[in-house]
Write a protein of this length. Sequence first.
Length: 269
Amino acid sequence: QVTSASGEGTDAVVILEKTPFQEEKVSDLLKKHTKLELQMRNDIYSTYHLYPPPELSEIKTTVVYPATEKHLQKYLRQEVHLIRETWEDYKNITLPFIQSQSFSIQWVYNILEKKAEADRIIHENPDPCNGFVLVPDFKWNQNQLDDLYLIALVQRREVKSLRDLTAEHLPLLRNILQEGKEAVAKRFGVPGSQLRIYLHYQPSYYHLHVHFTALGYDAPGSSVERAHLLADVIDNLALDSMYYQKRALTFALRADELLLKKFQEAGRV
């Protein structure tokens, strides 16, 4: 909790993450200015506590302030439950819930309108129908490629999630896949074959976006119950325009989430 000058407390979320080791700096960790404390030795095996110098002790820190109750709950440890959502469930439970909530995505519009993060844009296709903006995700500090993470935000504002997609959106999705891979290869030297390109369902915010992560990075939300590869989404829509209005989709919900309660009330969990 952050205390203002007036003495009032406002909730904040502070996320501390150890950044990946950079290969070229590993040797520096073992030099004489690094403190080592032996913990255990057994034959050829030994373990130590290693205290690196400050310049090698970086912790990526993300701050959400002021934080709403939804933000606080998002980062608390919770039991999770798998939901198998049919199209009827989506229409009768999920969509009314989404429409009843005030999920702010002004920060997305700020990026699209270049009111914020304009200097971070990696690639932009300004077409209002089939265009998008590619920017680094907040999770990536851009110091190394091991945890590369970018987000493609579509220019269209009426497309909320995977459930809204039809064959009409194929030109948009193909642009993201092709132009996104080319932009990452040009800027960062990472080929498309080393990228994981996918959508979340459920998404964390309801403006269609696509995740680009390094294939070797175990990115949050890349698990099978949430991630849908963009190439597969394109193929599915090419086969059947209404694919995502027909099939059931699986996703996980935390125990305290209101949407889970809605499914429980409907007898679907």
